[in-house]
Design a protein around this ligand. Structure first.
Ligand code: SF4
Ligand code: SF4
Length: 337
């Protein structure tokens, strides 16, 4: 059975395996709503009661399709790039309308690289806090590929002293960050994809945030597929971290769900069972009609894509398969396959 954990002091009880729905989105497996809904419903039957989405993923319809099928209502987290109140209101309204949920359990600022961007989106954050206070959002949070925002939340909550944090964190009034109940950062044993430090730095930051009552759910446990050769070790690293309540894992088939459910339940999986399932490395595919416009290069914070002789070229060692560049491509030329 997949263990459950409380997502922060005041949060809901969630399965440590969270279903990350990015992999069923248009830029990845492009599953129709009913097919994605069936997978989510299957996962629910395996005890996976925590589903992660985002406005960017376009998977609200998959969640809606699943909700009528499941016997246990899932905990749903989503995120948006909105930075002002009007944008946040529109994002929140869209999430409710398209999922059919009246209350969104977790609403986050998407992909925050540092305190400056969080403060730049403070009006959106305040809107989500208002909705939380009205009972329409369970917890507010941030998702991030960086360590600094996690440190800032831990500091704002009193879990770190001034001597433990970078100067930029001390420069601003971070009172608002005390309201952040959930952080969703990159966590993997090699720190792959982290923008501003190493695995150990993130480990220290999430420990501090968690000790202050913040719910922590990680992403990119396998470094976007770059840790598949160390699969067992990478999963053990994540599951041994008691300060991480859950990990979002993208899944595209019942077999993948079965394997991940067994792993998170503590079962050992043989290499043979892994072959062709979670061990299948996905990659970023650029279609021939790429015009070399450079929008993807600008969008990728990991430095994994650049323009060479008029075409986008991917460095698969750096690519996290996050699909953010796909959303920025005016030619729809990028897919994760
Ligand atoms: S954004 Fe699309 S069209 Fe532009 S360089 Fe990247 S892949 Fe090519
Ligand atoms: S190249 Fe695209 S998918 Fe890969 S890390 Fe950069 S934004 Fe993400």
């Amino acid at each position: 059975m997949i263990p459950r954990s409380r997502l922060g002091t005041d949060g809901p009880s969630v399965s440590r395996l969270c279903f990350g729905t990015l992999t069923m989105s248009a830029s990845q497996a492009a599953l129709p709503f009913d097919e994605g809904g069936r997978l989510l419903s299957y996962a629910s039957g395996k005890g996976i009661n925590f589903w992660d989405t985002a406005e960017l993923y376009g998977t609200y319809g998959h969640i809606k399709a699943a909700l009528s099928e499941v016997s246990e209502l899932p905990v749903v987290s989503t995120k948006s790039y909105a930075w002002d109140r009007a944008g946040a209101e529109a994002s929140f309204g869209k999430a409710r309308l398209e999922t059919g949920l009246e209350v969104i359990d977790i609403f986050m600022l998407h992909e925050q690289p540092g305190v400056l961007t969080i403060l730049g989106a403070k009006d959106a954050l305040m809107y989500y806090i208002d909705m939380r206070d009205k009972g329409l959002i369970g917890q507010v949070g941030i998702s991030t590929h960086a360590i600094e925002p996690v440190i800032a939340v831990a500091y704002a909550r009193g879990a770190l002293g001034a001597e433990d944090v970078p100067d930029i964190v001390k420069e601003f009034d971070l009172g608002l960050l005390r309201e952040i109940g959930v952080v969703h950062p990159i966590i993997n044993m090699k720190g792959i994809g982290l923008l501003d430090g190493f695995a150990q730095d993130m480990e220290n930051a999430v420990k501090a945030a968690h000790s202050a009552g913040v719910g922590v759910f990680g992403m990119k446990l396998l470094g976007g597929g770059n840790l598949l050769n160390d699969f067992g070790q990478a999963v053990d690293y994540g599951l041994s971290m008691e300060c991480v309540d859950a990990f979002a894992v993208g899944m595209q088939s019942e077999r993948e769900i079965d394997i991940n459910a067994r792993l998170f339940a503590g079962e050992k999986i043989t290499q043979e069972e892994l072959t062709g399932v979670v061990s299948k490395k996905r990659h970023l595919h650029i279609d021939d009609w790429c015009t070399g416009c450079g929008a993807c290069e600008k969008r990728c914070r990991s430095g994994a894509i650049r323009i060479v002789e008029g075409r986008a070229v991917v460095d698969s060692d750096k690519c996290l398969l996050c699909s953010y560049c796909a959303a920025s491509c005016p030619e729809f030329a990028i897919k994760v396959v």
